[in-house]
Unconditional design. Structure first.
Length: 322
């Protein structure tokens, strides 16, 4: 029902950045290699995510807006099983219940189908033409839920949240090209050539990219690899530290604290390093035990994992000074 969708939307859709995150996940699930995100006024007026993924046929395009219409096979042992269960097939109907949504998709290239929704109601279905892939337009977010609308922050704040989401997705998926445009200005574009270094270059600039050190290590349970900035290159916030667990962006205070401790005295007070670190492990070692959309995780062998992180970073800097 409409109400159920709006209640679900309360969980999934907090602000433009949460819409972008859900749409990006769908594009990635559809095996897109190129994704363009275009927002107007921080996403409050309009959000558009365009991909070159598998697309949908007519039937699936219409079904995509009914609850629990997910086409995805879920594995219960999946790291994000809890998250998937919670939001299974709910993102599109939830978003459509609090905005004007138009979905244009083609599974074959050429003939495309367009489904338009407003406030959860089907407005129109039409045919048009498009290459293989999917476009989702989300206009006037929260137009019918004034209480939510009121909580939207200044445009610059919403833009930085969107940039954060797209940036971290790009760090998690170096083989996919991500472009972010705001009010017709390109904020960044990653090449999608599989190289983490090139993603960081696109996001943080040439100066930072030049100062990155690759790290790599593994033990019985964990593998870690990625790029960390030399201690001379710091930022005033922790938001340049990204953890990617089995291909998904996550938050973990213990891991971040371990990273900071490994830099130790090398960091000036109030300054933080830049790092993008991928961790791989058996999904059984991960517990997604807090609010699913926050992506906070708990590791069952946390101490061991933190030790590996600390060792590999200390070693990287020890080599530097030789
Ligand atoms: P979920 O992702 O949990 O399956 P969603 O509401 O996010 O649920 O999406 C519903 C369905 O719509 C998906 O299962 C998928 O089949 C289809 N879909 C959504 N976005 C895309 C896309 N960009 N490309 C192809 N299919 C999509
Ligand atoms: Mg989804």
């Amino acid at each position: 029902s409409q109400l159920a969708n709006q209640i679900a939307a309360g969980e999934v859709v907090e602000r433009p950045a949460s819409v972008v995150k859900e749409l990006l996940e769908n594009s990635i699930d559809a095996k897109a290699t190129k994704i363009v995100v275009t927002i107007v006024d921080g996403g409050t007026s309009s959000i558009r995510v365009s991909d070159n993924g598998l697309g949908m046929d007519r039937e699936d395009a219409v079904l995509a807006f009914s609850r629990h219409a997910t086409s995805k096979i879920r594995y219960s042992r999946d790291l994000f099983a809890i998250r998937s269960l919670g939001f299974r097939g709910e993102a599109l109907p939830s978003i459509a219940s609090v905005a004007e949504v138009s979905l244009t998709t083609s599974a074959t290239s050429g003939l495309a189908i367009r489904v338009q929704m407003a406030g959860g109601d089907l407005v129109n279905i039409s045919e048009c033409s498009r290459g293989q892939g999917t476009d989702v337009h989300v206009d006037r977010l929260f137009y019918n839920t004034p209480a939510r609308l009121k909580y939207l922050k200044m445009v610059t704040t919403e833009v930085s949240h969107v940039a954060d989401v797209v940036g971290r997705m790009a760090l998690a998926h170096p083989a996919i090209s991500f472009t972010l445009l705001h009010n017709k200005k390109e904020l960044f574009r990653t090449p999608g050539d599989g190289k983490l270094l090139h993603v960081m270059h696109a996001l943080y600039g040439k100066q930072v990219a030049r100062q990155l050190t690759p790290i790599e290590a593994e033990d019985l349970d964990f593998r870690i690899y990625g790029l960390i900035a030399k201690p001379e290159v710091t930022r005033a916030s922790r938001s340049y530290i990204t953890w990617i667990l089995n291909g998904r962006f996550v938050r973990s205070l213990p891991l971040t604290q371990t990273l900071l401790r490994a830099y130790d005295t090398l960091l000036p007070i109030g300054r933080y390093p830049i790092a993008a670190l991928h961790l791989e492990m058996d999904p059984k070692l991960v517990d997604v035990n807090v609010h699913p959309s926050k992506l906070e995780i708990r590791l069952s062998k946390e101490k061991e994992c933190c030790r590996l992180v600390q060792d590999v970073i200390r070693q990287a800097f020890a080599k530097e000074t030789l």
